[in-house]
Design a protein around this ligand. Structure first.
Ligand code: PBG
Length: 324
């Protein structure tokens, strides 16, 4: 038979390729993680995350204004807590004058319409570097949920639009939702890290916040990377408990999960391209082994193709610069 269908006709030049392109990347896709430290005049590069920085509050202001001017309208805040403020109860996490609470206000003052999400988990505040309260070597669930709920309330009171629990305790979404409702923060949203795997890709992030676990690992609360169906169970439970947005984390190794979740839920799906994924691209590009920009774009597009509505990525600024 004569060849009638030729797929290459639709690839002839950039005009036709862009006309039939199924997915596009825009600044609206991104959630920008920001690392905040105490002090003044600090913009320090994270050694295992080249080109990514921790900011003190005074310099955070400029950074946030720049993001806003680039069309990046959502940030996800993380804080590096001084050692002497760490304990096993998350005391500092609920301090109304704590670094996170002040950071929320600083960001809102710099860009009043920016969307502020806050990380909710005890690891940066924990003397053990774990996401919850430790008792006899175990991370105790229900007591941790109570602190996470108080922490979320304190972030909401500081002005956070969304809280983002990244701890993987059971029932924390419900605990947080109940407190927010009771205290008249009905509009404060929850983005749940619902399918968060125990991953070695978090290494550079733990350098950034000095939050590596002091003993053991996080496998008794974060998910086993051998599991796929479990991601749906976790995600549906979080939605039942009141999650407005659900998340899959890490990103690239978990694109199957992103697609499964997208097909299973009716809420927006976020994916987190984590610190180790960023570090790999930077390191390979530094050695001249990969082309930084095209690899970065290819990876971000993979998240869109897999079905993510929201992408948390350390590449957000790089991408927007490249697109414009
Ligand atoms: C902690 C938290 C982690 C990340 C986000 N929140 C690390 C962990 O669970 O150990 C990782 C982000 C990244 O690697 O970029 N609750």
């Amino acid at each position: 038979m004569q060849q009638l269908r030729r797929n290459r006709r639709l690839r002839t030049n950039e005009a036709i390729r862009s006309l039939v392109r199924e997915h596009t990347i825009t600044p609206h896709d991104f959630l920008v993680p920001l690392f905040v430290v105490e002090g003044k005049g600090i913009k320090e590069e994270i050694p295992s995350m080249p080109g990514y920085y921790r900011y003190s509050l005074d310099l955070l202001t400029n950074e946030v204004k720049e993001l806003w001017s680039m069309g990046l309208k959502s940030v996800l805040l993380f804080v590096k807590v001084p050692d002497d403020l760490k304990d096993n109860k998350g005391t500092e996490a609920i301090n109304p004058e704590g670094l996170m609470q002040r950071a929320v206000k600083t960001v809102k003052e710099a860009a009043p319409d920016i969307l502020v999400m806050t990380d909710v988990a005890l690891d940066p505040y924990s003397s053990y570097g774990h996401d919850g309260i430790v008792e006899k070597g175990y991370i105790i669930n229900d007591e941790t949920c109570k602190v996470l709920a108080e922490m979320s309330l304190s972030h909401a009171q500081a002005g956070a639009d969304f809280v983002a629990p990244s701890d993987m305790m059971d029932g924390r979404i419900l605990a947080i939702r109940e407190v927010l409702e009771k205290e008249s923060f009905k509009q404060t949203g929850i983005m749940s890290y619902s399918a968060k795997y125990a991953s070695a890709f978090y290494g550079p992030f733990r350098d950034a916040l000095d939050s590596a676990p002091g003993f053991g690992d996080k496998k008794t609360y974060q998910m086993d990377f051998s599991n796929r169906d479990e991601a749906i169970k976790e995600t549906l439970m979080d939605i039942d408990e009141g999650a407005d947005i659900v998340m899959v984390k890490p990103g690239l190794c978990y694109l199957d999960i992103v697609r499964d979740v997208r097909d299973a839920v009716d809420v927006p799906v976020a994916v987190y391209q984590v610190s180790g994924e960023y570090a790999m691209v930077k390191a390979a590009a530094e050695k001249g082994w990969l082309d930084h920009d095209t690899v970065m774009l290819e990876q971000i597009m993979a998240f869109k193709r897999a079905g993510a509505h929201i992408i948390a990525s350390y590449f957000a600024k790089d991408i927007v610069k490249l697109l414009s």
